[in-house]
Design a protein around this ligand. Sequence first.
Ligand SMILES: [Zn+2]
Ligand SMILES: [Zn+2]
Length: 166
Amino acid sequence: MSEPTPIDFPKPTSITGGCLCGAIRYKVDFPSDHDFLNLSRTCQCTQCRRSTGSLFLLAHTVPLSGFAFLTPTTTLKNFNATPGFQRAFCTGCGSFLYWRDESRDDVALAVGTVDPEFLSEYGFALANASGDNVWCQNEIKGVTDGMIGKERGIKWATSSKEGIKM
Ligand SMILES: [Zn+2]
Ligand SMILES: [Zn+2]
């Protein structure tokens, strides 16, 4: 298989994923016109760092209408670090699953929770980081500044709404 590029890469029609303990499983059905480039984003804010334990969050925004839980959500908890913004995680294992602005009808999925068979086949479609890359003022020089597609996505100092392009 040739190396995927922003012009030519395999796109999934649906994916599944879940938390580490398996109590929470989800499915995503993508609309036929889903924009796999612009909807793949990263965030390096301190909230995302603390809630994921990772230096940046690789998120893929999916429509709420295409997102469904396949299991009961008894262990699903939302933490609001900022009012109106859900950070969903499993209380059984601690996996961070998604970030969601309650005023919008979409969900920013934590790409690391997608099942490995989909990541190996469609990882580029989900995690190309060609959309907004936010809170880049927090980049760690020599480490996270080289981890996103510099020639592709837009880098914002803070959020894409309020920030300054870097
Ligand atoms: Zn779990
Ligand atoms: Zn963030």
